[in-house]
Design a protein around this ligand. Structure first.
Ligand code: MG
Length: 160
């Protein structure tokens, strides 16, 4: 088995859609980024890349590459799940935390898990927690949104 940790943060700005966990959440601001700025998917991607020992998200999806401009991060995650299989591993479990003062995210968690399952990570293998930062710091002041993830990869059972 392998474990990995992922972290990401994105700035909240006007005139961007807010996409978290592949779900569009109605809000006055959205996350700035080369792709859709999906902070949760990026933290999950980095946790998996970490467990595989393959560097970080910037190495796999450089922001200088026009292919990933405004890309759906669910598609990036799908790419990494396929890479995981190619290395002989499967995603056994993901746990994650989103830190956002606003908007309230608890009502979107199940939708996020459903959306993430489209990448090939089963609905029942992901846990997502949403927290505020009690008004403190960059998340508490509404400057941005942060996400953390850990993952456990399991080696495929030999079919022989
Ligand atoms: Mg990111």
């Amino acid at each position: 088995m392998r474990i990995g940790i992922g972290y990401d943060s994105h700035r909240l700005v006007e005139e961007r859609k807010l996409i978290i966990g592949g779900v569009h959440i109605p809000f006055e601001k959205g996350l700035l980024g080369h792709s859709d700025g999906d902070v949760l998917c990026h933290a999950i991607i980095d946790s998996i890349i970490g467990a595989l020992g393959l560097g970080d998200i910037g190495k796999h999806f450089p922001d200088t590459d026009q292919r990933w401009k405004d890309a759906s991060s669910i598609e990036l995650l799908k790419h990494i799940v396929e890479l995981t299989r190619a290395y002989g591993y499967e995603v056994s479990w993901i746990d994650s935390v989103i830190v956002a003062e606003k908007p309230k995210l608890s009502g979107y968690i199940e939708h996020m898990k459903d959306s993430i399952s489209k990448s090939g990570i089963p609905y029942g293998s992901v846990n997502i927690k949403a927290k505020t930062n009690e008004g403190m710091g960059l998340t508490g002041h509404g400057e941005g949104i942060v996400a953390y993830a850990v993952c456990l990869l399991r080696r495929f059972e030999s079919q022989d």
